[in-house]
Write a protein that binds this ligand. Structure first.
Ligand code: ZN
Length: 509
């Protein structure tokens, strides 16, 4: 082995340690830290982030990568070593383009903007957020300008933050086709009587909810020797190493769905991270490939598995035994209909799996108009209301439940925001369909509470590779096709037509 490769690995492991240490602090910040630790935690996280960044953009890394080019060319392109050199080079070339003072300016703006938003939302005050939004749009354009040659301003932002090599034009095309087919489905469902889901809001003791959720993800394959669950306000998954992948959840005594489905969602992210091959540990390859791909796995386990009839034929008797007073008289069919209730609503995070994508597509389209200068930031609230009425048939009465509802445009770059969620939904159906083609027994196994065939297939085809392949390459390797909304629409048709007595749409040959 080339000794310079050994040196590169050692340097990357140090950087990975700094990042993992920062992740431990970030996890602690939102789980167990007493309020008095806030300032020192923020400082420590900042110091570790700066050290990791400085070590990574060190010209010595660039020289090592140059010297290792001939070595990499002599290796099979799919090998771990060649992949490590290739992916590190891509990361390095992106990282050195964005000057540190710019990122510091961005982080300062995010902190100020977030603080302003926490005040503006409760008081329904969009006007006070307008200057912050204008600055964020300006910062997003300046970020894009570090990567000249783009066709649309969002292209470098999508490539960097959401899904590499995916253009805004391609996303717009896929999203427009999806939107056109989703709107009539939502309208047809809204015209049907809504199922009763009131029993999901009875009193469900927190401890029992948490225990049931954890037991469920353990049965899916989440390894508690290498993971744990804690409470937090915004659920998330964090990885310190392949040996320590943690999930957090939130619980509401009067809403059975909240903890249950957020645990399944984070469990999906965690299964992905636990599945990364151990030999990739402490390298840039040791995590999921992109935010879109990661969401495809959380959504696969949360929705395609966790909201399916087969899944609940096994788990529902267990859930009833855990909550006999609340669910004894509720048959499985009624429970299944309740957890799959579709209803146009104002708030994205509370939306069902059918309408959710309209919330995301709307944000994506408005972002493109803002970035390209076709929409003035001051006109955003009106544009939001008009689009909501057109897509979901309802109009928010306030900006609090409209344009101010998520921190999005006040806390991140504009352009690649929530795109990953709908990319994830689309890809989850492409991937699940292929798994079923390879293993038709998966459906019956889910009904018996067995997930090893599905998880084994995902581990072999996706998880173990970490970031070795780019998101589009991996999708193609796994499914044999590029990004397509057809499998997702097919899945919705098959699932929701019987639930709502709709006509099954004819197959397009
Ligand atoms: Zn997620």
């Amino acid at each position: 082995m080339d000794e310079r490769f050994v040196e590169l690995e050692a340097r990357l492991a140090e950087i990975s340690d700094l990042q993992a240490a920062s992740a431990v602090l970030e996890w602690d910040q939102v789980t167990y830290m007493p309020p008095g630790g806030a300032e020192s935690h923020a400082r420590m996280i900042g110091t570790l982030g700066l050290l990791a960044h400085e070590q990574f953009v060190d010209p010595a890394i660039g020289r090592l990568l140059d010297q290792l080019q001939p070595y990499a060319e002599g290796l099979p392109p799919d090998s771990d070593a060649a992949s490590l050199i290739r992916v590190t080079r891509q990361d390095y070339e992106k990282a050195i383009r964005v000057p540190a003072p710019f990122m510091a300016e961005f982080r300062r703006h995010v902190a100020a903007s977030y603080l302003a938003w926490t005040r503006a939302r409760p008081s329904d005050d969009f006007a006070s957020m307008l200057p912050y939004l204008e600055t964020m749009i300006d910062l997003s354009r300046r970020f894009a300008d570090f990567f000249p040659g783009y066709e649309q301003v969002a292209d470098p932002l999508i490539d960097y933050f959401a899904h590499e090599s995916l253009s805004a034009r391609k996303v717009s095309g896929v999203f427009a086709a999806l939107r056109e087919r989703l709107i009539p489905i939502v309208q047809a469902i809204a015209a049907q009587p809504a199922p009763d889901d009131s029993f999901l809001c009875r009193a469900y003791p927190s401890q029992d909810q948490l225990a049931f959720g954890l037991e469920t993800v353990e049965r899916l394959g989440y390894d508690l020797e290498r993971g744990r669950q804690d409470l937090t306000f915004h659920p998330f998954t964090t990885t310190f190493s392949p040996g320590d992948v943690r999930i957090t959840t939130r619980v509401n005594e009067n809403d059975l769905k909240a903890a249950l489905f957020s645990t399944l969602h984070e469990g999906g992210h965690a299964l992905y991270e636990q599945g990364v091959a151990r030999q990739l540990e402490a390298t840039p390859l040791a995590r999921g490939v992109s935010s879109g791909f990661h969401e495809s796995q959380s959504r696969l386990w949360e929705n395609l598995v966790g909201r399916s009839y087969s899944f609940w034929t096994f788990f529902y008797p267990r859930l009833q035994a855990t909550f006999p007073d609340q669910l004894e008289r509720v048959p499985l069919e009624a429970f299944y209909r309740a957890i799959n209730k579709v209803q146009p609503s104002l708030i994205r995070v509370a939306a069902d799996e059918v309408t959710y994508n309209l919330h995301v597509i709307m944000r994506f389209d408005l972002e493109q108009e803002l970035l390209e200068g076709r929409l003035a930031p001051a006109e955003l609230p009106d544009a939001w209301r008009a689009r909501f009425q057109a897509d979901l048939g309802i109009t928010p009465a306030s900006d609090r439940d409209g344009v101010l509802q998520d921190v999005h445009w006040f806390g991140y770059f504009v352009g690649a925001g929530y795109l990953g969620y709908t990319l994830g939904n689309i890809m989850s159906a492409q991937i699940f369909q292929k798994a079923h083609q390879d293993h038709p027994e998966i459906e019956a196994e889910m009904g018996q509470g067995r997930f090893s065939t599905l998880l084994g297939w995902l581990n072999r085809n996706i998880y173990r590779h970490g970031r070795k392949f780019s998101a589009p390459d991996l999708l193609f390797r796994v499914t044999g096709s590029s990004l397509s909304a057809e499998p997702f629409l097919h899945y919705l048709g098959i699932k929701y037509s019987p639930l709502y007595g709709l006509q099954v749409p004819e197959e397009v040959p």
